[in-house]
Design a protein around this ligand. Sequence first.
Ligand code: PMP
Length: 390
Amino acid sequence: MIYLDNHATTRVAPEVLTAMLPYFTEEYGNAASVNHAYGWRAAEAVERAREQIARLLNCPAEWIVFTSGATEANNLAIKGLRRKGTPARPSGEGTGRSALPTSFVTNAAEHPSVLDVAKRLKRQGVAVTILPVDRNALVDPQQVADAIQPETALVSVMLANNEVGTINPVAEIDRICRERGVLLHCDAVQAVGKIPVDLQQLPVDLLSLSAHKFHGPKGVGALVVRRSGPRIQLEPLFDGGGHEQHLRSGTLPVPLIVGFGAACELANDAIVSLQMAALRDSLWQGLQSELEGLSLNGPPLAERLPNNLNFSIAGVDGEALMSSLKEIAVSSGSACSTAEPEPSHVLRAMGVSDSLSRASLRFGLSRFTTKAEIDAAVAEVMRAVRKLRA
Ligand code: PMP
């Protein structure tokens, strides 16, 4: 079976596995053990990984807070800020604004780990604005500006969408938030390793990432917390040993963190991104030349993540299509919500009809995807669709 579901998760790269293995076997110390060399070596490995991640993101290492993944990072960013009541950004008219975020602005194409937090905040009395997105799942910076109220303390906008690969104008949204003294959180999970994510160029306040989306292990991620200009303060989600600058208690998963660091060394390779885009383009061309009735979901290919393709197939039943695709692992929406039989909330927000949403396929390529696999995928989709249409 050919794996083309790399937005859901990716294969651990061999270099990553090799880096991790000693930390499962010989170097199994607790990074918080200060009394012996096992602990010291584990702590050194964690700090090395922190440096590797910081280098990739172009930020100070002390801004990195390890979490179990991006779901936790997104929760920590939004709930932690609400509980703490971080002051607004010092510049602009937001100076001195009420500390507790009583209004939160996000958008309809975010991942459930942001949208479900927004729903919970709403139940708790926070004024939540869920902005619409356009037919390409793009957030309009002007709509963000218009939605910011005097009591708004936080905006959350993803850098790249996990279903249709849309790349949001986060730098522009960041400028707006800065001018208005509002903090900005960015879910950069799908962007890291595919497009540059540089915190000097994109000076957001809080940024989430997850190792398993770019050939690191599952179960580890980070929230990047800006520590100057302004210094963001959060309340932890749980109490305990005070690890990670008291923001995330719990014994650090040293092997996973080492793998996360190693994955960062491989990420941000412009040549790999170009190769993925070329293969993705040939996948789309191959399918279009063989099949009628395909419609692209999301922005033009040149404007989206280099590894994403999402399209609908007119005149076929979505469920029958998925069950007849035996040779390729792809997704018909977000893998994170497969328990939900509803059509994708992202496609719905883009205005795609429910029947076309159900008959949609999401392909996610990786650095390991080959031309032979793409050719086989074209043949497999052709076979399945022709059979269903016969
Ligand atoms: N945000 C986005 C955009 C995602 O694609 C995902 C994973 N599907 C997450 C957050 C959650 O990440 P994790 O699996 O690390 O909890």
